[in-house]
Write a new protein. Sequence first.
Length: 292
Amino acid sequence: MKKRSPVFNFLVIILELAVLAGCAYLLIQNILIFKTETITESNQRTLALFFVLLVGINLATRLVKWWYRQRGYSRRRGVKNFVFGVENIRKLLLVALGIFTFFSLLGVEFSSLFTSLSIVAAAIAIISKEFVNDLIVGMYYSFSDTFEAGDYVKFHGYKGRVVDIGLLKVKIMNDNDDLVILPNGKVYSEEIINYTRRDVRLMSIDFEMDIKLVRQIDALEKELINAVSEYAEHIEPRSYNLKIREVKKDLLELKFQYRLIQEASEVRQKIKRSTVRAVFSYVTTHQQQPEA
């Protein structure tokens, strides 16, 4: 979500309060702005009530967020998700308000409208199960701490950093800076790996190597450490570790790990990118020149 300046937010609140006070005054005093046949008294009252509820929903949303921060909950994990959840509820309320206002302006009675919309909603739920499923899952993730905006995750075969949790979609930015948009239902139906929930300073690089080229694991580990030696000042000296994940017929699946001395997102990405290139350059070179 784009962060706005405090001055802009203050001006918006002042404008909303002015609209709220003006529309409430018109409703209480039963004042008509337009006295024409096309815009009836009922329509004017409906529009005034629409703006009162619209501003009321927006102000209530801001109040809940402010209360959440004042209570100190913003320091807990999941605060970003809570903000997404509040925003998602606000969107649902505004959509419902817009629909009821539109039909009210057409002269449809509230009781008939509610019954009709209930039937339509039930029909949509039966026909569009995936839509309803995505909606429910979106609300669930909005208030859970399974993952939150900024977490580095893997789901449905995609790795990236979560940038948005919407009502129907989850957006992640992968390592190539591509925006991947996934339906909430697909995210929920498969396993989720949240790399951020572990030690954020721990870095891992997975690769495969021809089993014939690996004479000694310790020797390979030393050579990989030498390959990233130019970044030694950013890495804990005793944190290097080369693990064998799986032994296959012709290949070894390996994981090279190390821990950063200090977490810094820009430095972290730079070291990871350079380290990946150094490690795979080493692996490629040795695979092209196998020992006799």
